[in-house]
Write a protein that binds this ligand. Structure first.
Ligand SMILES: Cc1ncc(COP(=O)(O)O)c(C=O)c1O
Length: 285
């Protein structure tokens, strides 16, 4: 097992991953009935953990899971330390809350049960700069998700299928398309550059409101670049001069080809480069 992955958190305890066990009646196992977060830490300092907590609260409330995440920051710190990642250049903590364990019924358990809490920490390895400079490719995939894509639930099957389509195509990312609009990636948000303007889908119920997306929007504004949060028709996307994805485990990833066709005309473009520079300074500063 890779170092930094050995100790997990389960229901109040830190323990070796091999010893972590959950019930076959856990509602996430049976129904995908739970929410999760993935939060980055740079040099041992969590980045915007408050925003991740806020999103977790929103999901718990929407799913009516009775869990107060007051101890979540402490759990995050403990996971980093227990895995020797407190000074890793970059790491992520995964944290999941499920409705808990109860005999299978579609409705909530009639008697309240404690939620299941699970977390782990893992090193994040940023791609070499040379690799980043070459950019990546993406394919378009029909979005098959439900109408609450803004909730970070563990019901990720449509995302899994989309990412698998990307893998089979030998590319890094999938662009989810619904009603002719390019919404976001399977596990990241999508930005497009049109001339001197940046555009990304609005934070509606159709996309996950990425914390990285939020940060990158701030960077775009700080750079003085005009920005539009608006739906982007796929047809228009095909004429973008630059494209990139954002996410906790994506950071900023430039896309230089979509469905085999080049984006713009010169590989990774200047806006994406400037934003990546600002991003790296922002998370490490
Ligand atoms: C569908 C989807 N969109 C966007 C994101 C990016 O969110 P964040 O920047 O908070 O990691 C994720 C992250 O997992 C995601 O699953």
């Amino acid at each position: 097992m890779a170092s930094g992955e050995a100790t997990v958190f389960l229901n109040g305890e830190l323990l070796p991953r091999e010893q972590a066990r959950i019930s076959v009646e856990d509602r996430a196992f049976l129904f995908g009935d739970g929410v999760y977060e993935v939060t980055p830490a740079y040099g041992g300092r969590f980045f915007r953990l408050d925003r991740h907590l806020e999103r977790l609260r929103k999901g718990l409330s929407a799913l009516e899971i009775d869990y107060d995440p007051a101890h979540v920051p402490d759990i995050h710190e403990r996971l980093l330390r227990a895995n020797g990642l407190e000074s890793a250049p970059a790491a992520v903590v995964y944290f999941q809350v499920t409705r808990g364990v109860a005999p299978r019924t579609h409705h909530f358990p009639p008697e309240p049960v404690p939620p299941t809490l699970y977390g782990y920490a893992k090193e994040y390895v940023r791609p070499e700069r040379e690799r980043w400079d070459a950019g990546w490719e993406a394919v378009t995939v029909q979005d098959q998700r439900w109408s609450r894509a803004d909730l970070k639930t563990v019901c990720l099957l449509p995302n899994v299928l989309a990412q698998e389509a990307a893998r089979k195509a030998g590319v890094a990312d999938a662009i989810l398309v619904r009603d002719g609009l390019a919404l976001e990636g399977a596990h990241n948000n999508l930005f497009a550059v049109f001339g001197d303007r940046v555009a990304t889908h609005p934070a509606s119920n159709q996309i996950l409101h990425g914390i990285t997306r939020e940060f990158v929007l701030e960077l775009v504004r700080e750079e003085g670049i005009p920005v539009e949060e608006r739906p982007i028709p796929l047809e228009e996307l095909q004429g973008a001069s630059e494209l990139f994805f954002t996410g906790t485990t994506t950071e900023i990833r430039p896309t230089v080809k979509v469905d085999g066709r080049p984006v713009g005309d010169s590989g990774v473009g200047p806006v994406t480069r400037a934003l990546y520079q600002a991003f790296l300074e922002g998370v490490e500063g």
